[in-house]
Design a binder for this molecule. Structure first.
Ligand SMILES: [Zn+2]
Length: 314
């Protein structure tokens, strides 16, 4: 009977056994409810092919989509963990550990450098899956590191927030990251380098109130929620019904808060073009000869006067 149990039985079991099916083969679009096959979703950069809804993106996917091959992520500085010993229903340290094992990341930010459509750049990308992309000390440090790297490499800084705002478990220390990230942005601007923000869904709270609204150029993904306080809070405060599409990219474009709303598949080429325009040296100086014997400098110099183009300031 040994051969029956040892040989035949496993064979039969293998034939009958259900093949393991990953449970995430189909994704439901949160906007139109259509079921999308995971391969189509991947090919379509996580944009619904039925309604064009831009789904939230993992930083690894975002970087791959944005950069040319060969980009690198950098290790971020370590910060003090939970100096306030904060606890609500759970310990903050436990929450952190949970988020870390879920996302396989130290905190809610990833910094990478490489080329975007041939243009050198440093990008700081938020992970909304890590405690709602909230900005604590580690995120502040990450943005500072990104700014320093951009200055060091003399390339533009691109911030891609996806965040609910400040991390309440870090209280005042979290709020302090607002001025710190603004200083980071100032460093880049003082070095004469472009600072571009790509606003993704959602960009709210303390992130909107600091570095995310200071870009030289603001690009937004279609349909992204961008605002400070939530729409419901505003509605109940001012006791008025808010207009259709309030706090969405397209609404903000109409009202001058955003420069461009760009489809995800055009994001890389758009960023490449914008960086190229911002960094292009100004037009060659035109030589203007002063008419001889004219002007206050009578009979004087025949030195050609050159006028430098203003766009060359960068
Ligand atoms: Zn859809």
């Amino acid at each position: 009977m040994n051969w029956l149990t040892n040989f035949v039985k496993p064979k039969i079991q293998a034939l009958v056994a259900k093949k393991e099916v990953p449970d995430n083969l189909w994704h439901k679009c949160p906007s139109c409810g259509a079921m999308i096959f995971h391969r189509d979703l991947e090919e379509n950069l996580h944009v619904c092919q039925h309604c064009g809804h831009h789904m939230r993106l993992d930083p690894a996917r975002r970087l791959k989509m944005l950069f040319d091959p060969g980009y690198q992520t950098i290790e971020l500085p370590k910060v003090l963990v939970d100096p306030l010993k904060f606890r609500d229903q759970k310990r903050y340290t436990d929450r952190l550990k949970e988020a870390q094992s879920k996302t396989n990341r130290q905190d809610a930010i990833v910094v990478a450098h490489g080329k975007i459509d041939g243009q050198g750049a440093v990008a700081a990308v938020f992970d909304f899956n890590f405690m709602g992309g909230s900005m604590g000390m580690a995120v502040g440090e990450g943005l500072l590191a990104a700014a320093k790297l951009a200055v060091l490499q003399q390339v533009p800084l691109i911030a891609i927030p996806a965040s609910g705002g400040a991390r309440m478990q870090e209280a005042i220390l979290s709020l302090m990251q607002m001025p710190r990230t603004i200083i980071a942005v100032e460093m880049v601007k003082e070095a004469g380098l472009p600072y571009i923000v790509v606003l993704t869904d959602p960009t709210t709270g303390g992130v909107t109130a600091s570095f995310a609204m200071l870009g030289d150029i603001h690009i937004a993904e279609p349909g992204a929620q961008i605002g400070f306080a939530g729409a419901r809070v505003i509605e109940s405060t001012i006791r008025e019904t808010l207009p259709e599409g309030f706090q969405r990219s397209e609404y903000l474009l109409d009202h001058g808060m955003v420069d461009m709303v760009v489809h995800r598949k055009e994001l890389r080429s758009t960023l490449g073009r914008v960086i190229d325009l911002l960094r292009r040296p100004g037009p060659g100086a035109e030589i203007v000869r002063m008419p001889r014997g004219d002007g206050p400098d009578r009979g004087g110099s025949r030195k050609p006067v050159s006028i430098k183009g203003g766009a060359g300031a960068r």
